[in-house]
Design a protein around this ligand. Structure first.
Ligand code: TRP
Length: 425
């Protein structure tokens, strides 16, 4: 069976945090190990422009997210790792898909609806206030990201499921209208990795401002962990691990044994200060090695750039031929373009003409064999033209006297004779 393609992207508008790592990067890297899938992972830098209009932030985030994937061990010989903007076919496809996408579908997109709702709640008469066309039609750019590589499986957070469904919708519309060129993708949502809590206990997310950067220095890491919300239980009092953000963060990085032992400490009434110290030391020990690698990469951005450009070549080797087909299918063609199917038909016709000629030649040779004695008579005669004329006259008389089928046979012979003896007649 052909390998399925896994694809996912991260928008380059923030600093990678522990939630990104556990929820997206780590599982994606795991899916690229082994030989089960084709993997396409990319930096969604055009997506960054939707919400972030600070160019330095976008540029810096792109560096950070690129270095993060590499520091965490993504094997770029196996996975195709690229920057969205290095594959211009994606934006070309975006336009063609935009023309395949009803506005009504985009009206229903969560991100757009959230902005409309916020305007309504704020009593703003213009419900579209602050909504750019980028925000409005962003699911189409995302559909192009996915369809350009005929991806099957898209690991995403829950908030993105709707976008994958929209990508399916648009793919179906294109396939139906023009030609079946696109795979309909499927979202893959890992429930477990949806539950990574941030400093305030809500889902760790840039929009809640509750994140722990993945590769901040140890001092910063400890400082942030000290800010994690806890209850007011005193040291010595048993604590509930399952409702504790400290425990949950610990658990995300722990194996079963480590988690069980921490749980025991909670039951034994570990003080919050000590629990935070343990969490810090534990996370620091897990992140120290990739952090070193990350800092090296951030100091050698030329090397990271090179990796990305190589990835772009690999990505374009897939995107470009598909984009050619998409253009042709939708009517964007060289003026001299002749459909391949038509050429095939023509070739078939030419082929059969050739076959007919070959059969004809065979038939003629058969008749000639039979006429050999007659032709020899002409060759041997002193007056060749007289002999030829007399033979033709005989044959003509024979044709006249015969009935249908036999007549046709004699007529064929006469035709060949006339051709062969044309010189004497
Ligand atoms: N929109 C996604 C997010 O905000 C990022 C993204 C862009 C993406 N293009 C994609 C994810 C294609 C999966 C597939 O998380």
């Amino acid at each position: 069976m052909e390998k399925k393609t896994v694809l996912t992207g991260i928008t380059t508008s923030g600093t990678p945090h522990i939630g990104n790592y556990l929820g997206a990067i780590k599982p994606a890297i795991e899916l690229s190990q082994g030989d089960t899938y084709n993997n396409f992972y990319f930096l969604a830098d055009y997506h960054a422009l939707i919400k972030c209009h600070d160019p330095d932030r976008v540029a810096q985030s792109t560096r950070e997210i690129a270095a993060t994937w590499l520091a965490l061990g993504l094997d770029t010989d196996k996975a195709t790792f690229y920057r969205q903007t290095d594959v211009p076919e994606i934006t070309e496809l975006t336009w063609i898909l935009t023309c395949m996408c009803s506005k009504g579908l985009m009206n229903r997109a969560h991100a757009y609806k959230a902005s409309v709702d916020a305007n309504r709640e704020a009593g703003n008469a213009d419900l579209d206030d602050g909504v750019t066309m980028g925000l409005f039609s962003y699911p189409i750019l995302m559909a192009a990201d996915i369809l350009m590589f005929n991806a099957d499986l898209i690991p995403v957070g829950k908030d993105q499921i709707q976008h994958i469904e929209m990508a399916r919708d648009v793919a179906g519309r294109f396939n139906h209208t023009y030609k079946k060129l696109f795979t309909e993708p499927q979202a893959v949502v890992d429930e477990e990795t949806q539950l990574i809590p941030g400093l305030d206990g809500r889902k760790m997310s840039k929009s809640y401002d509750n994140t722990i950067p993945l590769f901040c220095g140890p001092d910063e890491l400890y400082k942030l962990i000290k800010q994690v919300k806890t209850d007011t239980k005193a040291p010595g009092e048993p604590k509930d691990a399952d409702t504790s953000t400290i425990f949950q963060l610990y658990n995300c990085f722990a194996n079963e044994q480590e988690a069980a032992s921490m749980r025991q400490q909670f039951e034994n009434g570990i003080g919050w200060g000590d629990a935070k110290k343990e969490l810090f030391e534990f996370l620091d020990s897990k992140l120290a090695a990739p952090r070193v690698r990350y800092n090296e990469l951030m100091n050698d951005l030329g090397a990271v750039e090179e990796v990305l450009l190589k990835g772009a070549d690999k990505a374009r080797a897939v995107a470009s031929p598909l984009m050619d087909q998409v253009r042709i299918a939708s009517g964007i063609r060289p003026l001299t373009y002749v459909a391949a199917e038509k050429t095939e038909e023509k070739q078939k016709k030419e082929k059969s003409a050739e076959a007919i000629a070959r059969a004809e030649e065979g038939r003629r040779r058969g008749i000639l064999m039979q006429l050999k004695p007659l032709l020899a008579q002409v060759e041997d005669a002193d007056d060749k033209p007289a002999m030829a004329k007399s033979l033709i006259a005989d044959k003509t008389a024979q044709v006249e006297s015969l009935k249908k089928k036999a007549k046709q046979k004699a007529q064929n012979e006469l035709d060949v004779l006339q051709e062969e003896l044309a010189a004497y007649l």
